[in-house]
Ligand binder design. Structure first.
Ligand code: AHN
Ligand code: ZN
Length: 324
């Protein structure tokens, strides 16, 4: 009798619990999220700044493009460069280079991450008139976004995500004008992105969504819910901002509306039809809405903080590696 009871109990566990246990293990498939190395990201920012200003049509710009291509290839990405001569608002023909790094190009489901890599030809927001024709070094305005993305690329090369990821470094973002009197000022910005949106690197290219990084390195940076992002891709803003809150980065990712900023994501939304958001440092307390050094000769490494790079990079890593 005792043995029979034991048998019944055993049989019960075998039929009822075994499948249940397996199901639970399936559901709890652990996602390992590689850690984002802020020192590495910082050194990628520094490396770009060491070339000098990366103004289109200059040797420093060419040298930096070569650095991106070889570095991204070294991380195992499939790298495509897209070159185009684009006419700026002032008539200058810009020899622009967009750099596209694809991880797992064979996968249908894709996420797009992007940043501009060029720097502005003139520090026209500098308080000193004698500085206003000098180029912007662009530690924050340019190099911070691409620096964070280079570190993400390094991790993607070592630890594949479940979805395909395309990282695009867009050129010729910052050769624009705010002069609304004489020109179509909004369209004077983001020329590299506008070109790519009209001529994607692959026919019929699509991504589930896009995330733009712009000025993501300043100490105590604040990222508000930017209005074009809200309009075109509120669900992605929710996804990123809630991930940031959960990770304890709520002092950087402020869950409030910010301004509307004409930036690369606007063209990716409107021309390429990919719902896209902008993570951009917005400061409601300055005249420009950006840091006081924005478009001045002081956009240098003193405005780059590892803690900010870490908050942005770690948030993005969690977003990417949680996609299926
Ligand atoms: C405008 O000022 C119209 N847009 C800001 C885009 C930008 C410039 N981001 C960095 N530099
Ligand atoms: Zn700029």
């Amino acid at each position: 009798m005792k043995n029979f009871l034991a048998f019944i109990v055993m049989a019960f566990f075998l039929v009822s619990c075994h499948p249940a246990t397996r199901k639970t293990t399936n559901e709890e498939k652990v996602i390992n999220i590689p850690s984002f190395d802020a020192d590495s990201a910082f050194s990628f920012v520094q490396h770009q700044v060491d070339f000098g200003a990366r103004v289109p049509n200059t040797p420093a710009h060419d040298a930096c493009a070569n650095f991106f291509v070889s570095t991204l290839k070294g991380f195992g990405a499939q790298v495509t460069t897209q070159e185009a001569d684009l006419r700026a608002f002032d008539g200058t023909v810009i020899h622009a280079v967009n750099i596209i790094a694809s991880f797992h190009p064979e996968l249908e489901t894709r996420i797009l991450l992007f940043a501009h890599w060029d720097t502005r030809p003139w520090a026209d927001n500098d308080p000193k008139p004698e500085n206003r024709k000098k180029p912007v070094l662009g530690a924050n305005d340019g190099a911070s976004g691409t620096g964070v993305l280079l570190e993400i690329a390094r991790q993607l090369g070592k630890h594949p995500a479940s979805v395909g990821v395309d990282i695009i470094f867009f050129d010729a973002e910052d050769w624009g004008t705010n002069d609304t009197q004489t020109t179509d000022s909004d369209n004077s910005w983001c020329l590299g992105t506008q070109y790519w949106a009209k001529h994607p690197h692959k026919d019929g290219y699509h991504a589930r969504y896009g995330i733009l990084l712009d000025m993501v390195g300043a100490p105590q940076a604040t990222f508000y819910r930017e209005q074009f992002s809200e309009y075109y891709a509120a669900h992605i803003v929710d996804k990123v901002w809630s991930q940031a809150q959960n990770l304890g980065f709520g002092q950087f990712f402020i869950n409030q509306k910010g301004g509307g900023i004409t930036d690369d994501h606007v063209f990716v939304n409107q021309m390429a039809g990919i719902p896209s958001i902008d993570i951009i440092h917005f400061d409601p307390n300055t005249n420009t809405g950006f840091g006081s050094y924005w478009h001045t000769v002081h956009d240098d490494m003193s405005n780059i903080d590892r803690n900010t790079l870490f908050a942005v990079g770690t948030t993005l890593m969690n977003v990417i590696y949680n996609e299926k």
